[in-house]
Design a protein around this ligand. Structure first.
Ligand SMILES: [Zn+2]
Length: 950
């Protein structure tokens, strides 16, 4: 017997005594309020609440919910009843489940044909209630909990919330919708609101005749009631987590089609936008068929609804059988939506359908720490599914950008591992970030490249089959893929191919043995991104790995501490000047050496950027690659060229590569014809330009502007003002013309003004090419009269993607008063909907004329923003990051610190604040180290009279 046991024993005795005291207190309070029958005793006093943990006890497991909901869209509240069938695992005297903001009006327990009242305790900090039956419940028995409840329909976008909109004729329409992920089902009905507690659901919705009601499952019957209302009964659901339950009540119109496997797909929108649903229907049918074939697992529900909700905080939510979308993410009109809009809608539909049956809904992460298993996979499958079904959208071109986005966060010390502890609702909300989504997707892409598509696919199919209607952790995924891999001719005890098999496979790594879980843990359990430094001596390539940290230099005092303990198992790929054959090497140690077979003039690592790491080639290596790009850039793929530009410019922040050398690498872009590296290079220069512009560093900003317009003049002048060409060509046109007009390039501004004026002269009836809408509106919005005209057009348009382009233009005017008017409209929520307020604030803060306005607004209206958006939500984090992350002076840093300290004193601990402070410090440091280099480089690279081009 150890002392630990004694401690545990005495602790148990103490808890039992405390519980007895609590029960006596409750009994006393019941005596004071008559017989206590059906009464709710509310308390925030954790002393009297029988459960102290944030996570629910596992001694009661729900099996089925019978849920009846009656929303009143006139009084804006709802009543409901829920009967939950539960298995009680051991003798207990209380049941703990979730409830937030609900008034419980009755709670009973049903067993053996008897029903008895229960006392209800509420513990607000943990969003839990405890149900106390009159007698102890017996273990290994089934019971039914019956609860009646009511609440107001929520403001904001979580739980069961209300939404209103006006028709073209000015009539107000009301609807109610749910959005539960991650922890808001408890706002709509009492439930065991954790992903592990999967149950079936039978749902009934009472409604007015003029509305329709939708839920996860098809409607089975509608019954008329004496009060003139009707009640829809929906079929029993499959087993699922509470965050996937959904219902929507309102005025919607739909179109439908059936897949080749018999699933009825319907797309819903408010009646006036019904004509914009056709593209989504076509995509949803095609993609659902694709996923069924790819995973060889049928979609289990008879129907799949996709519905555009006028008020929606995120992009979309994968409620099983009833996916809810923001209007811009679902509605498409060929005359009004651009190529980028089309790609975005297709990707979002792919993402949600990937969740639907497969990642998330069928197999769910055990807890929110592994939310990347849902989101990383769904992001990865967007690309795979759209690439297969809509190759013309060239979705693959954008994947590098997805990974660059992940790296931008992962290169900071305030990042986090993909799999990360999260307990409170705010911490759980914060898990829905770039790391879970994009870093997860990029790491999966690397794994697929490492294992081969065939092995990867069979591994994930096995994983989905094994954990269907159940939950999994990251380790389960790796173990399942590993087993699937070994069955597919891997050598036993490891994952290296045997020599005979190696010849059959394209994917070889020089390793003796491989533990897949150990390898993948280095990518999911530790944060950061590796930097590979390559040095060549003769035929030997010396490689070394370390953690890539932006803004940290080798001679910084904390460098060693920040590096300590970081090591990855990195599946390296490379090719050389002597052959395009892709070589593979698994780097598990800090350093290693690779032998080259012959003489080479250059080496390119991270082939097609399938790996999640950054490469430093050393002075000579970069020189050789710069020469290669100058002389024959097509010797390497466009993805590799993009990757080199990215890596070189990232290394500047670590002091490992000087800015002028990195910029020299981009010199070849004059000859670049592929859109992806071209846009990568230009967008980097534009980012630096914006930094100078915001900082009022006028001379440098002017010179950089001149350089961009002079150097890329040919490709800008080549753009047509139409919608022709491939998606990549259209995206390039859209971005280049917007940049050129924004930088004041005279030919661009003249043409855009002319088109704008013609459009106004036609009273907005002239149809404009969608890809040039942003540059045209942006140019027009600089004039006050035109700005007002655009605002009117915004108010009257039925097309969300069109409206978003107008709004973007409106936020880019140089008049602070008009920008303030936009923020007022966003706060009112009528003309500019509240859902668009976060992006409105962020775009205004990017405008030098609006940055102070936006920042002051956020500080002064903090509480009001908190009332509208959940504190951990991506909207809220976006506002914080968007209004401050671009700051680059010490005084701004101090201002932000002071503000964040005031939040802390209010009890708000947000991870994003660490990220923002680090971003600002990084900007300050970058400028201190690079401004003079940039000025010198510009003076050497701009011809004497470039102004003639402007
Ligand atoms: Zn998702």
């Amino acid at each position: 017997m150890s002392s630990d046991y004694l401690a545990t024993f005495s602790n148990m005795a103490r808890i039992a005594k405390q519980h007895l005291v609590r029960m006596l207190r409750i009994a006393m309070s019941c005596l004071l309020v008559s017989a206590c029958s059906g009464l709710t005793i509310k308390t925030d006093n954790s002393e009297s609440f029988p459960w102290s943990k944030m996570r629910l006890p596992t001694n009661v497991v729900p099996n089925h919910y019978d849920l009846s909901i009656h929303p009143n869209l006139t009084t804006m509240n709802f009543t409901g009843t829920v009967k939950i069938s539960v298995d009680v695992k051991q003798d207990i005297s209380y049941i703990v489940l979730h409830s937030k903001g609900l008034e419980i009006t009755m709670a009973k327990i049903l067993a053996d044909g008897m029903e008895q009242d229960m006392t209800v305790l509420e513990h607000h900090p943990h969003e839990q209630i405890a149900l106390l039956p009159p007698h102890q419940l017996q273990g290994q028995r089934k019971y039914q909990l019956y609860i009646e409840f009511q609440a107001d329909l929520a403001d904001g976008f979580d739980g069961f919330y209300k939404s209103t909109y006006r028709t073209q004729n000015g009539y107000k329409r009301v609807l109610a919708a749910t959005d539960f992920e991650p922890t808001a089902a408890r706002m709509a009905f009492p439930c065991f609101d954790e992903p592990l507690f999967k149950s079936t659901f039978s749902i009934k919705i009472r409604r007015e005749r003029r509305h329709i009601a939708l839920s996860n499952m098809p409607k089975m019957q509608t019954v008329e009631h004496e009060d003139g209302l009707v009640e829809d009964t929906f079929d029993k659901s499959v087993k699922m987590s509470t965050y996937l339950v959904a219902y929507v009540i309102g005025d919607f119109r739909s179109i439908s089609a059936t897949t080749s496997t018999g699933v009825k797909i319907s797309v819903y929108a408010v009646p006036e936008k019904w004509s914009q649903t056709h593209y989504a229907l076509e995509v949803a049918v095609k993609l659902l068929e694709f996923f069924e074939a790819y995973f060889n697992i049928s979609y289990p529900l008879p129907k799949q609804d996709l519905i555009a909700i006028p008020d929606f905080q995120g992009g979309a939510m994968e409620n099983w059988g009833l996916i809810t979308y923001r209007e811009t993410a679902l509605l498409y009109d060929p005359q009004m939506s651009s190529a980028t809009d089309k790609l975005w809608i297709t990707k979002v539909i792919g993402h949600e359908l990937a969740h639907q049956q497969w990642f998330g809904n069928l197999v769910t992460m055990e807890w929110w720490n592994d939310i990347w298993l849902n989101e990383g996979f769904a992001r990865y499958m967007e690309r795979l599914s759209v690439n297969s079904t809509y190759p013309e959208l060239q979705v693959d071109d954008y994947f590098s950008n997805v990974c660059f986005g992940a790296m931008a966060k992962d290169c900071l010390n305030s990042s986090r591992p993909i799999s990360n502890p999260a307990e409170t609702p705010v911490q759980i909300m914060e898990m829905f970030d770039t790391v879970s989504y994009t870093q997860g997707a990029c790491v999966l892409n690397m794994l697929r490249d490492f294992l081969s598509e065939e092995v990867f696919q069979s591994g994930i199919i096995r994983y989905l089959e094994k954990y269907s209607y159940s939950n999994a952790r990251s380790a389960d995924l790796w173990n399942t893929i590993a087993n699937a891999s070994s069955e597919r001719e891997f050598s036993t005890g490891g994952f290296c191919y045997t020599s005979s098999q190696a010849e059959k496979r394209a994917h070889q790594y020089t390793c003796d043995s491989l533990d897949l879980r150990e390898m993948m843990d280095t990518w999911t359990q530790q944060m950061g991104i590796p930097l590979i430094t390559v040095n060549r001596t003769g035929h030997n390539i010396h490689i070394q790995q370390e953690r890539f940290l932006k803004g940290v230099l080798d001679d910084d005092a904390d460098y060693a501490t920040l590096q300590s303990g970081y090591q990855w198992h990195i599946p390296l790929t490379y090719y050389t000047s002597s052959s395009r054959h892709v070589h593979r090497h698994l780097l598990k140690s800090k350093t290693d050496t690779i032998q080259l077979e012959g003489d080479v003039s250059w080496i390119k690592f991270n082939v097609d950027m399938n790996g999640y790491y950054i490469v430093h080639y050393g002075e000579e290596g970069w020189e050789a690659l710069t020469q290669l790009l100058d002389q024959d850039h097509t010797a390497i793929s466009s993805k590799d060229r993009t990757n080199l530009i990215h890596n070189a410019l990232q290394l500047v922040s670590t002091g490992k590569l000087s800015l002028d050398r990195a910029l020299n690498l981009t010199h070849y872009l004059k000859k670049e014809t592929d859109n992806i590296p071209l846009l990568q290079g230009i967008s980097y220069l534009n980012v630096v330009y914006r930094l100078m512009e915001r900082k009022n560093n006028t001379d440098t900003a002017e010179n950089l502007k001149k350089y961009i317009l002079w150097y890329f003049k040919d490709v800008i002048d080549k753009q047509t003002w139409s919608d022709t060409g491939s998606v990549s060509e259209r995206r390039l046109r859209s971005e280049l013309l917007e940049l050129a007009c924004d930088l004041g390039y005279t030919p661009c501004v003249s043409r855009a003004s002319q088109i704008f004026n013609e459009w106004v002269a036609s009273n907005g009836t002239r149809s404009l090419p969608t890809d040039i809408l942003r540059p045209v509106f942006l140019t027009g919005a600089q004039d006050e009269e035109n700005w007002n005209y655009l605002l009117e057009a915004y108010k009257n348009s039925l097309y969300s993607s069109y409206k978003s382009k107008i709004l973007y233009a409106l936020t880019n005017c140089k008049d602070a008063e008009r920008l303030a008017k936009l923020i007022d409209l966003g706060m009112e929520g009528e003309v500019i909907r509240t859902q668009d307020l976060p992006s409105l604030i962020v775009t205004i803060s990017r405008n030098p004329a609006g940055q102070a306005l936006a920042w002051n607004f956020v500080r002064q209206n903090w509480q009001k923003l908190l009332e509208r958006f959940h504190v951990g939500s991506s909207s809220f984090r976006g506002i914080l990051k968007g209004t401050t992350g671009h700051f680059s002076t010490k005084s701004e840093l101090e201002e932000v610190k002071t503000f964040f300290d005031s939040l802390k004193s209010q009890g708000l601990q947000l991870k994003v604040t660490e990220l923002v402070l680090e971003m600002i410090q990084k900007n300050i440091r970058w400028l201190e180290r690079n401004l003079h280099v940039l000025n010198k480089w510009l003076s050497e690279n701009i011809p004497l009279a470039p102004a003639v081009f402007l």
